[in-house]
Design a protein around this ligand. Structure first.
Ligand code: 5GP
Ligand code: ZN
Length: 120
């Protein structure tokens, strides 16, 4: 399989195992790990193993992988025990969206009643 990767990208480095992460869910297409600076009791980042900068780029380039990423959000909610209690899924995109890491990622937040103002 040819992996789309970016040598400079922090999350690609996590995919390659060069930087440690607390992985909670993994398939051949996606990886989910705990955010290093959690904003809620459950705060997991879900990423495609291939490098795509943001959600629109991913959906345009590889819609099947975008679907796999969304399916993985539900799987993460199950393994983290928040599927029933509820959770919030956030994709930040670009500068004004507050995206710090330019490798598309879903934030999955839960484990407590979240304030409406939460911004990961
Ligand atoms: P963004 O602001 O791009 O939507 O979210 C990036 C997230 O990545 C932030 O919530 C930040 O805490 C998290 N993060 C940054 N560096 C690392 C790291 O090295 N490991 C992990 N697990 N999370 C990171
Ligand atoms: Zn990347």
């Amino acid at each position: 399989m040819v992996r789309v990767t970016n040598p400079e990208c922090l999350f690609c480095r996590i995919v390659r195992g060069e930087i440690p992460a607390a992985v909670v869910y993994s398939t051949d297409q996606v990886l989910a790990f705990r955010d290093i600076s959690p904003k809620a009791p459950v705060h997991v980042l879900v990423i495609p193993r291939d490098h795509h900068s943001d959600l629109a780029s991913l959906a345009g380039a590889d819609p099947a992988l975008a679907g796999a990423l969304l399916a993985a959000v539900g799987a993460v909610a199950e393994v983290e025990g928040v599927a029933e209690s509820g959770y919030r899924t956030i994709f930040n995109s670009g500068r004004d969206g507050g995206q710090e890491v330019p490798h598309v990622h879903a934030h999955v937040l839960g484990g407590a009643r979240l304030p409406t103002s939460i911004v990961p």
